[in-house]
Design a protein around this ligand. Structure first.
Ligand SMILES: Cc1cc2nc3c(=O)[nH]c(=O)nc-3n(C[C@H](O)[C@H](O)[C@H](O)COP(=O)(O)OP(=O)(O)OC[C@H]3O[C@@H](n4cnc5c(N)ncnc54)[C@H](O)[C@@H]3O)c2cc1C
Length: 338
């Protein structure tokens, strides 16, 4: 078990922030983690569990221990008439796992193709895209209690999944390391084509009866045309959540902006695209020093060069303040601010 010191995290976060971790360790197995939990460096320091670093922003150096999940393995553990149950180690790359499900005909996750990050982080914010949220396919989650080292299994119902949220982002934040996720995937096709852009793309390709592979490829192509590739332009995807507002707020803003896009978010609540709000404030494609927003999507903050975490966070706050002044709506970061 090798603990590194003053470790530069630039290539460990997709925004490309050159923050340093005081201590850093790669964890390959559950046993290694259980051993680490008993060491003084683990007990005496603040800890951060790191997957692919695609949903966090280092605003400064991390004066503690970064534990990088690197456990690998994908196993079909059982099947019944309708489902495959597949157990996956936390350190597996999410997109590579989705491609494997497509290859094997384990169906359901194809709409979630090309989302960066690791399998272990997927339940944390209940990743979602193109009409699907991962909670629909999670059977159970195995996690290690970071105090005692004990293994606990969470049934999907105990994970309290919600829009970009779960128990692991709320009351259990920082208390567990997710070590394995078991997915329940479909044997028969039950494709989700509810998302307009996906449907339109398939129609334009004259695909009438799409296969799992066709859907995965469509999602990959649409995403590639809309979102910056973190390997080319540093970013952490959607920086803010889409705000959900009460009817009174919604009606006031709509009366002043009749072209505003929105979605119903349950009785008396409306979801407004954060990207639209940011764009209306003139930020789309604008660069301020080393940071800016992506030219095709104002919701994505980008590293235009050698951004520091502080610069990126100051810019995010400038957006939050401008949107609040103009619309009276508070934007909340979707990414984890460290
Ligand atoms: C270009 C781009 C597009 C994106 N598109 C989407 C999208 O469409 N939908 C979507 O939902 N998200 C999207 N994201 C966000 C991101 O991909 C997901 O949130 C992903 O699940 C993060 O995984 P990660 O391994 O990189 O997590 P990290 O960024 O490393 O960590 C995120 C949080 O989870 C914690 N964590 C990580 N692993 C574990 C673990 N094993 N146990 C306990 N805690 C852990 C970390 O401490 C941190 O708080 C996008 C990001 C980018 C850069």
């Amino acid at each position: 078990m090798e603990i590194l010191e003053n470790f530069v995290l630039k290539s460990y976060n997709t925004f490309g922030i050159p923050a340093k971790a005081r201590f850093f360790i790669h964890i390959q197995t559950t046993e290694e983690l259980q051993e680490l939990i008993n060491t003084p460096v683990f007990k005496q320091n603040e800890r951060l569990i790191l997957g692919g670093g695609s949903n966090l922003l280092f605003t400064q150096d991390f004066d503690g221990l970064v534990v990088k999940t690197a456990q690998k393995g994908i196993v079909l553990v059982k099947e019944d008439a309708q489902h495959f149950y597949v157990k996956v180690q936390a350190g597996e790359n999410w997109h590579q796992f989705v491609l494997r499900t497509v290859e094997e005909g384990w169906q359901g996750l194809e709409n979630l193709s090309l989302i960066p990050g690791t399998v272990g982080a997927a339940p944390i914010q209940n990743i979602g895209a193109y009409g699907v949220e991962v909670e629909q396919f999670i059977f159970e989650v195995n996690a290690i209690d970071l105090q005692s080292g004990a293994l606990r299994t969470f049934a999907a119902s105990e994970c309290k999944f919600a829009y970009r949220n779960s128990v692991f982002k709320q009351e259990l934040k920082g208390k567990y390391l997710i070590s394995e996720v078991t997915f329940r995937l479909n044997k028969l096709p039950k494709f989700n084509l509810t998302y307009a852009a996906l449907n339109q793309y398939l129609e334009a390709q004259n695909i009438v009866l799409p296969t799992q592979k066709a859907i995965s490829e469509a999602v990959i192509n649409i995403r590639s045309s809309k979102l910056p590739n973190p390997e080319e332009i540093g970013n952490c995807g959607s920086f803010f959540k889409n705000p959900v507002v009460e009817e009174a707020v919604f009606k006031r803003v709509l009366s002043e902006n009749t072209n505003m896009p929105y979605y119903s978010a349950g009785e008396g609540f409306y979801k407004i695209p954060a990207g639209w709000l940011i764009e209306q404030c003139g930020f789309k494609g604008k660069v301020f020093g080393n940071v800016g927003t992506y030219s095709k999507q104002a919701l994505v903050l980008v590293n235009c060069g050698n951004a520091t975490g502080k610069e990126a966070w100051d810019f995010a706050n400038k957006i939050i303040d401008t949107v609040a002044d103009r619309f009276g709506i508070s934007l909340e970061p979707e990414v984890n601010i460290i």
